[in-house]
Design a protein around this ligand. Structure first.
Ligand SMILES: *Cc1c(COP(=O)(O)O)cnc(C)c1O
Length: 472
Protein backbone atom coordinates (compact mmCIF):
# COMPACT_ATOMS: atom_id res chain seq x y z
CA UNK A 1 0.00 0.00 0.00
CA UNK A 2 1.34 3.41 -0.89
CA UNK A 3 1.76 6.05 1.71
CA UNK A 4 -0.79 8.18 -0.10
CA UNK A 5 -3.63 5.67 0.07
CA UNK A 6 -2.87 5.22 3.77
CA UNK A 7 -3.14 8.97 4.16
CA UNK A 8 -6.44 8.98 2.30
CA UNK A 9 -7.85 6.31 4.54
CA UNK A 10 -6.83 8.25 7.60
CA UNK A 11 -8.41 11.37 6.20
CA UNK A 12 -11.61 9.44 5.47
CA UNK A 13 -11.75 8.27 9.09
CA UNK A 14 -11.09 11.78 10.30
CA UNK A 15 -13.83 13.25 8.15
CA UNK A 16 -16.30 10.54 9.19
CA UNK A 17 -15.58 11.37 12.79
CA UNK A 18 -15.91 15.08 12.02
CA UNK A 19 -19.26 14.49 10.32
CA UNK A 20 -20.49 12.79 13.48
CA UNK A 21 -19.48 15.76 15.59
CA UNK A 22 -21.14 18.16 13.15
CA UNK A 23 -24.36 16.12 13.12
CA UNK A 24 -24.48 15.95 16.91
CA UNK A 25 -24.22 19.71 16.96
CA UNK A 26 -26.94 20.21 14.36
CA UNK A 27 -29.27 17.75 16.04
CA UNK A 28 -28.73 19.42 19.39
CA UNK A 29 -29.65 22.89 18.11
CA UNK A 30 -33.41 22.76 18.80
CA UNK A 31 -32.81 21.19 22.22
CA UNK A 32 -29.80 22.89 23.72
CA UNK A 33 -29.77 26.22 25.49
CA UNK A 34 -29.66 29.04 22.97
CA UNK A 35 -26.73 30.86 24.55
CA UNK A 36 -23.26 29.60 25.45
CA UNK A 37 -22.69 27.67 28.67
CA UNK A 38 -19.59 29.63 29.60
CA UNK A 39 -18.00 32.99 28.90
CA UNK A 40 -14.77 33.38 26.94
CA UNK A 41 -12.62 33.89 30.04
CA UNK A 42 -13.62 30.54 31.47
CA UNK A 43 -13.13 28.84 28.14
CA UNK A 44 -9.59 30.11 27.82
CA UNK A 45 -8.74 28.16 30.94
CA UNK A 46 -9.99 24.96 29.30
CA UNK A 47 -8.12 25.54 26.04
CA UNK A 48 -4.92 27.12 27.24
CA UNK A 49 -1.82 24.96 27.37
CA UNK A 50 1.71 25.26 26.08
CA UNK A 51 1.83 24.77 22.30
CA UNK A 52 3.08 21.17 22.00
CA UNK A 53 6.55 20.54 20.57
CA UNK A 54 5.33 17.49 18.74
CA UNK A 55 2.11 17.32 16.76
CA UNK A 56 -0.84 15.28 17.95
CA UNK A 57 -2.68 12.89 15.61
CA UNK A 58 -5.50 14.66 13.76
CA UNK A 59 -8.44 12.50 14.93
CA UNK A 60 -7.44 13.00 18.56
CA UNK A 61 -7.02 16.68 18.23
CA UNK A 62 -10.31 17.27 16.41
CA UNK A 63 -12.34 15.26 18.94
CA UNK A 64 -10.63 16.91 21.91
CA UNK A 65 -10.98 20.34 20.39
CA UNK A 66 -14.70 19.85 19.76
CA UNK A 67 -15.42 18.76 23.31
CA UNK A 68 -13.25 21.47 24.86
CA UNK A 69 -14.74 24.27 22.79
CA UNK A 70 -18.38 23.18 22.95
CA UNK A 71 -19.35 25.03 26.17
CA UNK A 72 -18.43 28.27 24.43
CA UNK A 73 -20.55 27.60 21.36
CA UNK A 74 -23.70 29.67 20.84
CA UNK A 75 -26.68 27.94 19.23
CA UNK A 76 -26.96 30.85 16.81
CA UNK A 77 -27.80 28.66 13.80
CA UNK A 78 -30.61 27.21 15.93
CA UNK A 79 -34.30 28.06 15.72
CA UNK A 80 -34.63 30.13 18.91
CA UNK A 81 -31.64 32.42 18.65
CA UNK A 82 -32.89 35.96 18.10
CA UNK A 83 -29.72 37.90 18.86
CA UNK A 84 -28.33 40.69 16.65
CA UNK A 85 -29.46 39.83 13.12
CA UNK A 86 -28.20 36.31 12.70
CA UNK A 87 -29.14 33.98 9.90
CA UNK A 88 -29.07 30.21 10.13
CA UNK A 89 -27.45 27.85 7.71
CA UNK A 90 -29.41 26.05 5.01
CA UNK A 91 -28.43 22.38 4.54
CA UNK A 92 -27.39 22.91 0.91
CA UNK A 93 -25.30 25.91 1.91
CA UNK A 94 -23.60 24.02 4.72
CA UNK A 95 -22.78 21.10 2.43
CA UNK A 96 -21.33 23.43 -0.19
CA UNK A 97 -19.35 25.19 2.50
CA UNK A 98 -17.73 21.88 3.47
CA UNK A 99 -16.85 21.31 -0.14
CA UNK A 100 -15.45 24.81 -0.46
CA UNK A 101 -12.96 23.85 2.25
CA UNK A 102 -12.24 20.42 0.81
CA UNK A 103 -11.72 21.82 -2.68
CA UNK A 104 -9.71 24.69 -1.18
CA UNK A 105 -9.88 26.88 -4.26
CA UNK A 106 -8.12 30.19 -4.41
CA UNK A 107 -10.72 32.58 -5.73
CA UNK A 108 -8.32 35.35 -6.61
CA UNK A 109 -8.37 35.00 -10.41
CA UNK A 110 -10.18 33.06 -13.10
CA UNK A 111 -6.93 31.27 -13.84
CA UNK A 112 -6.44 30.26 -10.19
CA UNK A 113 -9.96 28.80 -10.11
CA UNK A 114 -12.27 28.83 -13.12
CA UNK A 115 -14.83 27.27 -10.75
CA UNK A 116 -15.02 30.33 -8.48
CA UNK A 117 -14.99 32.71 -11.43
CA UNK A 118 -17.89 30.93 -13.15
CA UNK A 119 -19.98 30.49 -10.00
CA UNK A 120 -19.61 34.19 -9.15
CA UNK A 121 -20.64 35.11 -12.66
CA UNK A 122 -23.82 33.07 -12.38
CA UNK A 123 -24.74 34.17 -8.85
CA UNK A 124 -24.19 37.81 -9.85
CA UNK A 125 -26.96 37.46 -12.43
CA UNK A 126 -29.26 35.57 -10.06
CA UNK A 127 -28.83 38.17 -7.34
CA UNK A 128 -29.63 41.13 -9.56
CA UNK A 129 -32.70 39.36 -10.87
CA UNK A 130 -33.85 38.23 -7.42
CA UNK A 131 -33.43 41.69 -5.89
CA UNK A 132 -34.78 43.54 -8.92
CA UNK A 133 -31.66 45.67 -9.26
CA UNK A 134 -30.24 47.09 -12.51
CA UNK A 135 -28.98 44.34 -14.81
CA UNK A 136 -25.79 46.19 -15.62
CA UNK A 137 -24.65 46.18 -11.97
CA UNK A 138 -21.63 44.25 -10.74
CA UNK A 139 -21.50 42.15 -7.59
CA UNK A 140 -18.46 41.67 -5.37
CA UNK A 141 -18.47 38.65 -3.06
CA UNK A 142 -17.14 39.93 0.24
CA UNK A 143 -17.00 38.78 3.85
CA UNK A 144 -20.10 40.58 5.09
CA UNK A 145 -22.00 43.83 5.44
CA UNK A 146 -19.00 45.74 6.72
CA UNK A 147 -16.90 44.94 3.66
CA UNK A 148 -19.90 45.40 1.37
CA UNK A 149 -20.34 48.95 2.68
CA UNK A 150 -16.61 49.55 2.33
CA UNK A 151 -16.49 48.26 -1.24
CA UNK A 152 -19.56 50.18 -2.36
CA UNK A 153 -18.30 53.39 -0.78
CA UNK A 154 -14.88 52.91 -2.39
CA UNK A 155 -16.65 52.77 -5.76
CA UNK A 156 -18.61 55.86 -4.72
CA UNK A 157 -15.43 57.70 -3.78
CA UNK A 158 -13.90 56.81 -7.16
CA UNK A 159 -16.88 57.99 -9.15
CA UNK A 160 -17.74 61.25 -7.38
CA UNK A 161 -14.08 62.32 -7.46
CA UNK A 162 -13.71 61.30 -11.09
CA UNK A 163 -16.66 63.51 -11.95
CA UNK A 164 -14.68 66.33 -10.33
CA UNK A 165 -11.54 65.57 -12.30
CA UNK A 166 -9.70 63.63 -9.60
CA UNK A 167 -8.24 60.10 -9.77
CA UNK A 168 -8.76 58.70 -6.27
CA UNK A 169 -6.86 55.47 -6.87
CA UNK A 170 -3.80 57.20 -8.28
CA UNK A 171 -3.62 60.26 -6.05
CA UNK A 172 -5.42 59.14 -2.93
CA UNK A 173 -7.62 61.65 -1.21
CA UNK A 174 -5.02 64.08 0.06
CA UNK A 175 -5.58 67.24 -1.92
CA UNK A 176 -8.76 65.88 -3.51
CA UNK A 177 -11.90 68.02 -3.74
CA UNK A 178 -13.60 67.50 -0.36
CA UNK A 179 -16.44 64.98 -0.44
CA UNK A 180 -19.63 65.73 1.46
CA UNK A 181 -20.92 62.52 3.03
CA UNK A 182 -24.53 62.59 4.17
CA UNK A 183 -25.88 59.74 6.31
CA UNK A 184 -28.78 59.16 8.67
CA UNK A 185 -28.23 59.60 12.38
CA UNK A 186 -29.35 55.97 12.54
CA UNK A 187 -26.74 54.73 10.04
CA UNK A 188 -25.13 51.44 11.03
CA UNK A 189 -21.75 51.60 12.76
CA UNK A 190 -20.13 49.84 9.79
CA UNK A 191 -20.92 52.84 7.57
CA UNK A 192 -18.84 54.96 9.91
CA UNK A 193 -15.97 52.50 9.98
CA UNK A 194 -16.07 52.13 6.18
CA UNK A 195 -15.77 55.92 5.89
CA UNK A 196 -12.85 55.84 8.32
CA UNK A 197 -11.09 53.14 6.30
CA UNK A 198 -11.63 55.15 3.12
CA UNK A 199 -9.95 58.20 4.59
CA UNK A 200 -13.21 60.13 4.59
CA UNK A 201 -13.36 60.23 8.37
CA UNK A 202 -16.39 60.08 10.59
CA UNK A 203 -16.58 63.55 12.08
CA UNK A 204 -17.44 65.47 8.93
CA UNK A 205 -20.44 63.30 8.09
CA UNK A 206 -23.63 65.34 7.78
CA UNK A 207 -26.06 63.46 10.02
CA UNK A 208 -29.70 63.66 8.96
CA UNK A 209 -32.26 63.31 11.77
CA UNK A 210 -34.43 60.22 11.94
CA UNK A 211 -38.10 59.87 12.81
CA UNK A 212 -39.58 57.82 15.65
CA UNK A 213 -39.01 54.55 13.78
CA UNK A 214 -35.43 55.33 12.81
CA UNK A 215 -36.20 56.32 9.21
CA UNK A 216 -34.20 59.17 7.74
CA UNK A 217 -36.37 62.27 7.55
CA UNK A 218 -36.88 63.17 3.90
CA UNK A 219 -37.04 66.92 4.61
CA UNK A 220 -33.72 66.66 6.46
CA UNK A 221 -32.15 64.79 3.58
CA UNK A 222 -33.34 67.31 1.02
CA UNK A 223 -32.01 70.15 3.16
CA UNK A 224 -28.60 68.47 3.57
CA UNK A 225 -28.43 67.85 -0.17
CA UNK A 226 -29.30 71.44 -0.99
CA UNK A 227 -26.59 72.74 1.34
CA UNK A 228 -23.88 70.44 -0.06
CA UNK A 229 -21.48 71.43 -2.78
CA UNK A 230 -18.85 69.49 -4.71
CA UNK A 231 -18.78 65.69 -4.69
CA UNK A 232 -21.59 64.19 -2.58
CA UNK A 233 -22.22 60.68 -1.25
CA UNK A 234 -25.55 59.92 0.42
CA UNK A 235 -25.87 56.79 2.59
CA UNK A 236 -29.37 55.39 3.06
CA UNK A 237 -30.51 52.33 4.94
CA UNK A 238 -32.83 49.40 4.28
CA UNK A 239 -33.52 47.73 7.59
CA UNK A 240 -32.67 49.68 10.74
CA UNK A 241 -30.74 47.28 12.95
CA UNK A 242 -33.15 47.93 15.83
CA UNK A 243 -36.55 48.54 14.28
CA UNK A 244 -36.14 47.05 10.80
CA UNK A 245 -37.41 50.35 9.31
CA UNK A 246 -36.57 51.55 5.81
CA UNK A 247 -35.47 55.05 4.84
CA UNK A 248 -38.00 56.66 2.45
CA UNK A 249 -36.12 55.91 -0.77
CA UNK A 250 -38.75 57.13 -3.20
CA UNK A 251 -38.84 60.54 -1.51
CA UNK A 252 -35.10 61.04 -1.13
CA UNK A 253 -33.34 59.40 -4.08
CA UNK A 254 -34.79 61.66 -6.82
CA UNK A 255 -33.47 64.74 -4.96
CA UNK A 256 -30.04 63.10 -4.63
CA UNK A 257 -29.98 62.26 -8.32
CA UNK A 258 -30.78 65.83 -9.20
CA UNK A 259 -27.80 66.88 -7.10
CA UNK A 260 -25.53 64.37 -8.87
CA UNK A 261 -24.90 62.59 -5.56
CA UNK A 262 -23.92 58.93 -5.34
CA UNK A 263 -26.59 57.09 -3.37
CA UNK A 264 -25.56 54.05 -1.36
CA UNK A 265 -28.04 51.79 0.41
CA UNK A 266 -26.92 49.73 3.39
CA UNK A 267 -29.35 46.85 3.06
CA UNK A 268 -27.49 44.20 5.02
CA UNK A 269 -30.70 42.40 5.94
CA UNK A 270 -33.44 44.82 4.86
CA UNK A 271 -32.61 44.48 1.19
CA UNK A 272 -34.10 40.99 1.27
CA UNK A 273 -37.43 42.71 1.85
CA UNK A 274 -37.31 43.23 -1.94
CA UNK A 275 -38.43 39.61 -2.24
CA UNK A 276 -41.87 40.35 -0.79
CA UNK A 277 -44.41 42.28 -2.87
CA UNK A 278 -46.17 43.22 0.38
CA UNK A 279 -43.12 45.27 1.40
CA UNK A 280 -43.06 47.31 -1.80
CA UNK A 281 -44.35 50.42 0.02
CA UNK A 282 -41.02 50.38 1.92
CA UNK A 283 -38.59 49.03 -0.65
CA UNK A 284 -39.76 50.81 -3.79
CA UNK A 285 -37.34 53.30 -5.25
CA UNK A 286 -34.31 51.55 -3.76
CA UNK A 287 -33.40 50.32 -7.24
CA UNK A 288 -32.65 53.91 -8.26
CA UNK A 289 -29.57 54.01 -6.00
CA UNK A 290 -25.97 53.58 -7.20
CA UNK A 291 -24.83 50.86 -4.81
CA UNK A 292 -26.26 48.39 -2.31
CA UNK A 293 -24.69 46.38 0.50
CA UNK A 294 -26.26 43.03 1.36
CA UNK A 295 -25.49 40.19 3.73
CA UNK A 296 -26.05 36.64 2.55
CA UNK A 297 -25.05 35.21 5.93
CA UNK A 298 -27.99 37.00 7.48
CA UNK A 299 -31.27 36.34 5.72
CA UNK A 300 -30.11 34.09 2.88
CA UNK A 301 -28.96 31.70 5.59
CA UNK A 302 -25.54 30.72 4.31
CA UNK A 303 -22.75 30.12 6.82
CA UNK A 304 -20.44 33.02 7.69
CA UNK A 305 -18.81 34.80 5.95
CA UNK A 306 -20.79 36.03 2.99
CA UNK A 307 -21.73 39.53 1.90
CA UNK A 308 -22.48 41.22 -1.41
CA UNK A 309 -21.29 44.58 -2.70
CA UNK A 310 -23.57 45.56 -5.57
CA UNK A 311 -22.65 48.53 -7.74
CA UNK A 312 -24.60 49.98 -10.65
CA UNK A 313 -21.46 51.39 -12.27
CA UNK A 314 -19.23 48.44 -13.12
CA UNK A 315 -16.31 50.61 -14.16
CA UNK A 316 -16.26 52.47 -10.84
CA UNK A 317 -16.53 49.21 -8.90
CA UNK A 318 -13.69 47.62 -10.80
CA UNK A 319 -11.49 50.70 -10.82
CA UNK A 320 -11.70 50.96 -7.03
CA UNK A 321 -11.02 47.29 -6.33
CA UNK A 322 -8.86 45.85 -9.13
CA UNK A 323 -5.52 44.54 -7.92
CA UNK A 324 -3.52 46.56 -10.38
CA UNK A 325 -4.17 49.11 -13.05
CA UNK A 326 -3.17 46.64 -15.74
CA UNK A 327 -6.38 44.77 -15.04
CA UNK A 328 -8.27 47.85 -16.06
CA UNK A 329 -7.22 47.48 -19.66
CA UNK A 330 -10.06 45.12 -20.46
CA UNK A 331 -8.41 41.92 -19.28
CA UNK A 332 -9.63 38.54 -20.45
CA UNK A 333 -13.15 37.40 -21.00
CA UNK A 334 -13.45 35.58 -17.69
CA UNK A 335 -14.27 37.24 -14.42
CA UNK A 336 -11.42 37.71 -11.96
CA UNK A 337 -13.14 37.66 -8.57
CA UNK A 338 -10.52 39.90 -6.94
CA UNK A 339 -11.49 42.77 -9.24
CA UNK A 340 -14.72 43.22 -7.33
CA UNK A 341 -13.67 42.87 -3.69
CA UNK A 342 -10.90 44.18 -1.43
CA UNK A 343 -9.30 40.77 -0.97
CA UNK A 344 -6.81 39.01 -3.21
CA UNK A 345 -6.62 35.32 -2.23
CA UNK A 346 -9.79 34.08 -0.60
CA UNK A 347 -12.01 31.04 -0.19
CA UNK A 348 -14.80 30.14 -2.59
CA UNK A 349 -17.48 31.79 -0.52
CA UNK A 350 -19.78 31.92 -3.51
CA UNK A 351 -20.27 28.12 -3.54
CA UNK A 352 -22.57 27.99 -0.48
CA UNK A 353 -24.56 30.90 -1.86
CA UNK A 354 -24.97 29.21 -5.25
CA UNK A 355 -26.31 26.07 -3.59
CA UNK A 356 -28.46 27.97 -1.09
CA UNK A 357 -30.20 29.94 -3.83
CA UNK A 358 -30.76 26.87 -5.95
CA UNK A 359 -32.11 24.87 -3.03
CA UNK A 360 -34.59 27.65 -2.24
CA UNK A 361 -35.56 28.93 -5.63
CA UNK A 362 -37.22 32.33 -5.88
CA UNK A 363 -40.22 31.12 -4.01
CA UNK A 364 -38.30 29.51 -1.15
CA UNK A 365 -36.16 32.60 -0.66
CA UNK A 366 -39.25 34.80 -0.45
CA UNK A 367 -40.90 32.33 1.91
CA UNK A 368 -38.12 32.60 4.49
CA UNK A 369 -38.47 36.37 4.51
CA UNK A 370 -42.26 36.21 4.63
CA UNK A 371 -42.31 33.62 7.41
CA UNK A 372 -39.75 35.40 9.59
CA UNK A 373 -41.59 38.73 9.24
CA UNK A 374 -44.83 37.05 10.23
CA UNK A 375 -43.06 35.36 13.15
CA UNK A 376 -41.66 38.69 14.37
CA UNK A 377 -45.23 40.03 14.40
CA UNK A 378 -46.41 36.89 16.20
CA UNK A 379 -43.69 37.29 18.83
CA UNK A 380 -44.56 40.97 19.27
CA UNK A 381 -48.26 40.24 19.70
CA UNK A 382 -47.69 37.35 22.14
CA UNK A 383 -45.38 39.51 24.25
CA UNK A 384 -47.70 42.52 24.11
CA UNK A 385 -50.49 40.44 25.66
CA UNK A 386 -48.59 40.89 28.90
CA UNK A 387 -49.42 44.25 30.51
CA UNK A 388 -45.80 44.56 31.64
CA UNK A 389 -44.38 44.30 28.13
CA UNK A 390 -44.49 47.08 25.59
CA UNK A 391 -43.39 46.76 21.95
CA UNK A 392 -41.63 49.98 21.01
CA UNK A 393 -41.48 49.67 17.22
CA UNK A 394 -43.84 49.13 14.32
CA UNK A 395 -42.94 45.58 13.35
CA UNK A 396 -42.55 46.18 9.61
CA UNK A 397 -39.87 43.56 9.03
CA UNK A 398 -38.27 40.89 11.25
CA UNK A 399 -37.31 43.03 14.25
CA UNK A 400 -39.23 43.64 17.47
CA UNK A 401 -38.16 45.77 20.43
CA UNK A 402 -39.57 44.83 23.83
CA UNK A 403 -39.56 46.95 26.95
CA UNK A 404 -40.36 45.45 30.35
CA UNK A 405 -41.82 47.11 33.40
CA UNK A 406 -42.48 46.05 36.97
CA UNK A 407 -44.18 47.85 39.85
CA UNK A 408 -41.75 50.20 41.52
CA UNK A 409 -38.84 49.34 39.21
CA UNK A 410 -36.94 51.58 36.80
CA UNK A 411 -37.92 50.31 33.35
CA UNK A 412 -34.44 50.58 31.85
CA UNK A 413 -32.86 48.70 34.69
CA UNK A 414 -35.64 46.14 34.74
CA UNK A 415 -35.43 45.60 30.97
CA UNK A 416 -31.71 44.93 31.26
CA UNK A 417 -32.33 42.58 34.16
CA UNK A 418 -35.02 40.78 32.15
CA UNK A 419 -32.84 40.43 29.05
CA UNK A 420 -30.08 38.87 31.12
CA UNK A 421 -32.59 36.57 32.84
CA UNK A 422 -34.05 35.45 29.50
CA UNK A 423 -30.56 34.68 28.21
CA UNK A 424 -29.80 32.71 31.35
CA UNK A 425 -33.05 30.74 31.19
CA UNK A 426 -31.89 29.52 27.78
CA UNK A 427 -35.07 28.65 25.84
CA UNK A 428 -34.24 31.50 23.51
CA UNK A 429 -31.63 34.22 23.25
CA UNK A 430 -32.32 37.87 22.54
CA UNK A 431 -29.91 40.73 22.97
CA UNK A 432 -29.93 44.01 24.76
CA UNK A 433 -30.11 47.21 22.78
CA UNK A 434 -30.95 50.85 23.30
CA UNK A 435 -33.75 52.50 21.36
CA UNK A 436 -34.28 56.28 21.58
CA UNK A 437 -32.44 56.34 24.88
CA UNK A 438 -34.39 53.43 26.36
CA UNK A 439 -33.03 49.97 27.14
CA UNK A 440 -34.84 47.30 25.11
CA UNK A 441 -34.66 43.61 24.39
CA UNK A 442 -34.23 43.18 20.66
CA UNK A 443 -35.72 40.19 18.91
CA UNK A 444 -34.59 39.44 15.37
CA UNK A 445 -36.11 36.52 13.47
CA UNK A 446 -33.94 35.59 10.49
CA UNK A 447 -33.63 31.83 10.38
CA UNK A 448 -35.20 29.32 7.98
CA UNK A 449 -35.33 26.78 10.84
CA UNK A 450 -37.55 28.86 13.15
CA UNK A 451 -41.08 27.49 13.43
CA UNK A 452 -44.17 29.20 14.81
CA UNK A 453 -43.93 26.75 17.70
CA UNK A 454 -40.42 28.07 18.45
CA UNK A 455 -41.89 31.56 18.66
CA UNK A 456 -44.63 30.40 21.02
CA UNK A 457 -42.18 28.51 23.23
CA UNK A 458 -39.91 31.54 23.35
CA UNK A 459 -42.71 34.02 24.12
CA UNK A 460 -43.95 31.73 26.89
CA UNK A 461 -40.45 31.44 28.33
CA UNK A 462 -40.00 35.22 28.28
CA UNK A 463 -43.32 35.78 30.04
CA UNK A 464 -42.54 33.06 32.58
CA UNK A 465 -39.20 34.72 33.34
CA UNK A 466 -41.02 38.05 33.64
CA UNK A 467 -43.46 36.66 36.17
CA UNK A 468 -40.60 35.23 38.23
CA UNK A 469 -38.73 38.50 38.13
CA UNK A 470 -41.79 40.52 39.17
CA UNK A 471 -42.68 38.32 42.14
CA UNK A 472 -39.11 38.15 43.41
C1 LIG B 1 -25.25 43.46 10.12
C2 LIG B 1 -25.26 44.79 9.50
C3 LIG B 1 -24.10 45.35 8.96
C4 LIG B 1 -22.75 44.71 9.11
O1 LIG B 1 -22.72 43.46 8.51
P1 LIG B 1 -21.60 42.37 8.89
O2 LIG B 1 -22.04 41.22 8.10
O3 LIG B 1 -21.68 42.19 10.37
O4 LIG B 1 -20.28 42.90 8.48
C5 LIG B 1 -24.20 46.56 8.31
N1 LIG B 1 -25.38 47.21 8.23
C6 LIG B 1 -26.51 46.73 8.76
C7 LIG B 1 -27.77 47.50 8.61
C8 LIG B 1 -26.50 45.50 9.42
O5 LIG B 1 -27.62 45.00 9.93
Amino acid sequence: MTENSNGCRETARLLDETKKIALEWLESLPLRRAGAEVAAGELIKALEEPLPDEGIPAPDIVRDFASAIEPGLVASPGPRYFGFVTGGSLPAALAADWLASAWDQNGILAISSPAVSAAEDVVEGWMLELLGLPKESSVGFVTGGQMANFTCLAAARHEVLKRHGWDAEKHGIQGAPPITVIAGEEAHATITSALRLLGLGSEGVVAVPADGQGRMRADGAVKALSEASGPVILCLQAGNVNTGAFDPFAEIIPAARQKGAWVHVDGAFGIWGRLLPSLTPYTAGMEEADSWAADAHKWMNVPYDSGLAIVRHRDAHRASMALSASYLAGGGFARDPSNWAPEASRRARVFPLYCALKSLGRRGAAEIVERNCRQARLMASLLAEDPNIEILNEVVLNQALARFSAPGADSCEFTRQMTAAVQKEGTCWAGESVWKGKAVMRVSVSNWATSDEDIRLSAEAIRRVLKENITQ
